[in-house]
Design a protein around this ligand. Structure first.
Ligand code: SF4
Ligand code: FE
Length: 499
């Protein structure tokens, strides 16, 4: 099947039988819902750019399973070059959408499962890898979006899954049948969940004996019976219901997070990729998180480009672009943004081949990448707000600007640099607001903190990967620690050497 057009993608979503709840109502026409549609447009862009020859090198890859060109979002990385191109593709999409474009979670899930299923088969004689390869082929051949679902609600964090008062706090197997398993539970804050054709579920933490029912990975159609979604709110989301593009800031694009519930969902064995092998849950979590921490070096720097550009334009529209402190703030924002990107590229370039044959990022550098992401977008946003000025959060509405009596007054007093139409100044300030405080801030700010794991999760991985013993050996060798010491050889400085 050829690559889908963006329209075909939207139609294929509309053809699903998704169970979505938003503001207490079941949503029937989700592809045209004003709150949801901008997030669909983001994923549609991953289809759109894949059909444009100038982006083919980044957006497409040759499948090692079929030999055909596939969308890179469904590709299993075959080299460090593939890993670098992935980050470049994500930066491009961040630039084009100014938002989280959601499709990466599925890409990161298939790449993590690819190696883990192989290693599980090697160790335990299971048959997961071959069936998982079939599944990846299915995604590639049908050009599908898969949602990588990892984060369980987790309940009491001090207790392992099997000791939770409510076992549904972690997705778990409630029945094993000849033809498959039945699962129950939920996955929280799932990016792009309602914009996906398929869901790939993975465990959320390392597990141990007793947790066998929770060490489960599988995939199912997004509209499988028993799966439903409760749509997550975003700051200023109801502005999308007002029908005024100006007040949204970025009316075309937006992110999406939802609570995904599994109410006794049946999964046939051919779609099960881990079931009871507790010792592989940790590796799956680490690898998925590692790939997604790499991803942030691309997507956040792409969105950062838009924010830096918006701040620079806002400065011009205020007539302050030549002020040295403004120039310096833009330099600082650029420095921080390129540092994020550098880490994404570095962990890709330093990637290595796994026993399964696919390529994985350097784990230490991927975790450093994400740790930076928990900080730098906040500073970039702070500087953007500084440059934008207070009007960004005090300006009147589109209705006021359009009003016959009030409009001309708003236009007069909110004018900036004289060549700039007031409406354009307001548009840019609303974009900064959208990226720093509005719907896109979910993806650019708070998700930078908690997405792909909260900061402490990276610090644990950094500690584990830092190879401190090697560093200590380096220091000891240069200091001569442990060498015999001959006191008698100690010399006092002579008059010549001292003076
Ligand atoms: Fe992709 Fe970034 Fe969104 Fe994650 S946060 S899905 S990496 S765009
Ligand atoms: Fe994310």
């Amino acid at each position: 099947m050829p690559l889908k057009t963006s329209d075909e993608f939207v139609q294929s979503l509309a053809d699903l039988d998704l169970q979505i709840y938003l503001f207490g109502d079941k949503v029937e026409d989700w592809v045209n819902h004003p709150v949801i549609r901008p997030s669909i447009n983001c994923i549609a862009m991953t289809y759109e750019l894949a059909r444009q020859p100038e982006y083919e090198d980044l957006m497409l890859a040759t499948s090692h399973l079929t030999g055909e060109k596939v969308n890179r979002f469904t590709h299993i990385h075959q080299s460090t070059e593939d890993l670098v191109k992935k980050v470049k593709m994500q930066r491009l999409l961040g630039q084009k959408t100014g938002s989280c474009f959601q499709r990466c979670v599925g890409m990161d899930a298939i790449n993590a499962l690819y190696s883990v299923t192989y290693e599980c088969d090697e160790a335990r004689g299971t048959g997961y890898h071959a069936r998982f390869k079939d599944y990846v082929k299915f995604l590639q051949e049908n050009d599908l979006v898969a949602d990588g679902a990892m984060t369980d609600p987790k309940g009491d964090r001090s207790l392992p899954p099997h000791q939770q008062a409510d076992p549904d706090m972690y997705v778990h197997v409630v029945e094993r049948r000849d033809d498959g398993i039945v699962v129950r539970g939920a996955k929280a804050h799932q990016t792009g969940a309602c914009n996906s054709h398929e869901i790939i579920v993975m465990p959320t933490i390392a597990m141990r004996e007793g947790d066998e029912d929770f060490a489960v990975s599988f995939s199912c159609p997004a509209d499988a019976p028993g799966v439903f979604y409760i749509y997550g709110r975003q700051s200023c989301d109801t502005r999308k219901l007002e029908g005024n593009e100006l007040d949204v800031g970025n009316a075309q694009f937006g992110g999406q997070e939802a609570l995904m519930v599994f109410d006794d969902v049946f999964v046939p064995w051919e779609r099960v990729y881990l079931c009871g092998e507790v010792e592989f849950a940790g590796a799956l979590v680490e690898r998925f998180a590692g790939f997604h921490r790499q991803s942030y070096g691309g997507c956040k720097s792409g969105v950062g480009d838009v924010l830096i550009g918006a701040a620079a334009v806002a400065a011009e529209m205020n007539g302050v672009q030549k002020a040295s402190h403004i120039k310096d703030k833009l330099i600082e924002m650029t420095h921080l943004n390129e540092t994020l990107y550098s880490c994404g590229v570095a962990c890709s370039a330093e990637g290595s081949r796994m026993p399964a044959g696919n390529y994985q990022i350097d784990m230490l550098l991927a975790n450093v990448c994400k740790q930076n992401v928990t900080r730098f977008p906040y500073e970039i946003a702070r500087l953007a707000e500084d440059i934008a000025g207070g009007l960004m959060v005090t300006m009147p509405s589109a209705q006021d600007l359009a009003d016959e009596k009030i409009g001309p007054i708003v236009e007069k007093f909110l004018a900036g640099q004289c060549d700039t139409p007031t409406i354009d100044r307001l548009r840019v300030l609303r974009l900064v607001e959208n990226l720093t405080l509005g719907t896109a801030a979910v993806g650019y700010r708070t998700e930078s903190m908690h997405g792909a794991g909260s900061p402490q999760a990276q610090r644990i991985m950094i500690a584990r990967q830092s190879n401190m013993d090697h560093k200590k050996e380096l220091a000891k060798a240069l200091a001569g620690v442990g060498k015999p010491w001959d006191k008698t050889a100690v010399k006092k400085p002579t008059a010549t050497t001292a003076g």
